[in-house]
Design a protein around this ligand. Structure first.
Ligand SMILES: *[C@@H]1O[C@H](CO)[C@@H](O)[C@H](O)[C@H]1NC(C)=O
Ligand SMILES: *[C@@H]1O[C@H](CO)[C@@H](O)[C@H](O)[C@H]1NC(C)=O
Ligand SMILES: *[C@@H]1O[C@H](CO)[C@@H](O)[C@H](O)[C@H]1NC(C)=O
Ligand SMILES: *[C@@H]1O[C@H](CO)[C@@H](O)[C@H](O)[C@H]1NC(C)=O
Length: 391
């Protein structure tokens, strides 16, 4: 059996490259005082902070907990910006130790024109605000009215140690302190700022699975079905088929693993069908690997049954894979170009299969005729090969 060294190395590279991102979603285990529990959390890509929240559609409010490391002489802030992105117009909640050395929380709109922090109301209603400090970590708790009941919001967050008149004032104007902003989808838990680990992992999950289950496996099947008809391609087709499917399996299992991890991290939503199909796919593909190991010899009496089994499972895997990839597109909802690209690839493969189907039938029929006209010619192998594939 050919060992697919190239794809294996590629996989190791992929895994070592992406593994660090698995540990980034560290917010899921966090605990809060007064047994506050939130349905979502997001590790924000800057300032080592994270946001936990629960959205209440019935009264368009959201409970948030924003948590960031900070020493007792600094401040942290979290804002929604209903009118733009970034600091200009940010409706901000600050937490810090006040002049009497008590942890306190104030709200203040911030604009480019006036960056002075005041203790004033925001453009939307705040139902409650609180803050706490413990082990050099500050937390802001708030329940706010969601402006226009819009579940895709722009958030901004900040941390610094400079004050003026006892109120936060100014922050570093480079690096993480200016990158700390982004869009947040309160329903799906996605935040789209650069480096957002969860979205990043969903994309990795999508790419690994689309490439392995969705592209490599159909190519492997095409190789087996059509190349074997040409005697000159024997046994090359077999090794190509095995190499293709083994690398698809290895990459596919990696993609499957990322999916399981995503599922276990997603507290709010479970995509039951996508998950179930994924698990069925993994089981069937693993069976195929065993099928390879248990393959009877070509002239063994059970070989025909083995072929039926191998082909039936193989085609089932391909159909289920394509179905699940489209389900994945619906869940991840990436830029339409990705879905279009996949549709283009899979239709091309389908077109190639149709053409090869016609060509190889032509070859086989011709071979059959020449067998018929010349009884001494032993061209039966090709025909047998074909009959096996037709199963
Ligand atoms: C909003 O509704 C939820 C239930 O859906 C309730 O638990 C919460 O207290 C309400 N919040 C406010 C501010 O009324
Ligand atoms: C907010 O939007 C959600 C979903 O779009 C809807 O179900 C809910 O009724 C809305 N709530 C209010 C108070 O408008
Ligand atoms: C900024 O706004 C505050 C409160 O509204 C006000 O007291 C202050 O004078 C303003 N500063 C500038 C520079 O406009
Ligand atoms: C902010 O204003 C409220 C009243 O509007 C007051 O109770 C609170 O102490 C003020 N906080 C600070 C830090 O000045």
């Amino acid at each position: 059996m050919a060992i697919p060294i190239g794809p294996l190395m590629l996989l190791c590279l992929l895994v070592s490259f992406f593994l660090p991102s698995f540990s980034q979603q560290s917010c899921t285990g966090e605990r809060f005082s007064q047994n506050r529990i939130y349905s979502f959390c997001n590790s924000l890509p800057q300032l080592s902070s994270n946001l936990h929240w629960t959205y209440h559609p019935a009264n368009s409010t959201v409970d948030i907990a924003y948590r960031a490391p900070q020493s007792s002489n600094g401040w942290i802030a979290w804002a929604l910006n209903p009118t733009g992105s970034g600091m200009d117009g940010a409706q901000t909640i600050f937490a810090f130790f006040d002049s009497r050395n008590a942890m306190t929380v104030v709200s203040s709109p911030i604009t480019f024109a006036n960056t002075t922090v005041t203790n004033s109301s925001l453009s939307f209603k705040i139902y409650s605000m609180a803050s706490e400090f413990s082990n050099n970590v500050m937390t802001i708790y708030a329940t706010i009215e969601l402006p226009k009941n819009s579940t895709k919001v722009n958030q901004v967050w900040q941390a610094a140690t400079t004050f003026s008149n006892g109120l936060p004032s100014g922050h570093p104007i480079s690096g993480p302190n200016v990158l700390s902003k982004g869009e947040l989808d309160l329903l799906s838990g996605e935040s789209s700022s650069a480096g957002s680990s969860r979205l990043h992992r969903k994309n990795i999950h999508g790419v690994l699975n689309a490439v392995s289950w969705g592209i490599l496996m159909p190519i492997g099947a095409i190789i087996a079905r059509y190349m074997r008809v040409f005697k000159s391609a024997d046994p090359a087709w077999f090794y190509l088929h095995v190499a293709c499917q083994c690398s698809a399996y290895i990459i596919g299992v990696a993609g499957w693993g990322t999916g399981l991890k995503l599922g276990s991290d997603s507290k709010g939503i479970t995509y039951h069908r996508h998950r179930t199909i994924g698990i069925v796919l993994f089981s069937l593909a693993t069976l195929q690997v065993f099928a390879l190991l248990l393959r009877p010899k070509k002239d063994h009496k059970y070989r025909l049954y083995w072929n039926i089994y191998h082909h039936a499972i193989g085609y089932t895997i391909i159909v289920l894979s394509v179905v699940n990839i489209f389900k994945g597109f619906d869940i991840l909802d990436p830029d339409h170009k990705w879905k279009h690209a996949y549709i283009a690839i899979i239709s091309t493969l389908g077109g190639i299969a149709v053409i090869l189907e016609a060509v190889t039938w032509g070859v086989v029929l011709k071979r059959k005729r020449s067998v018929g006209s010349d009884k001494s010619h032993r061209g039966v192998n090709g025909v047998n090969g074909r009959q096996h594939q037709v199963v």
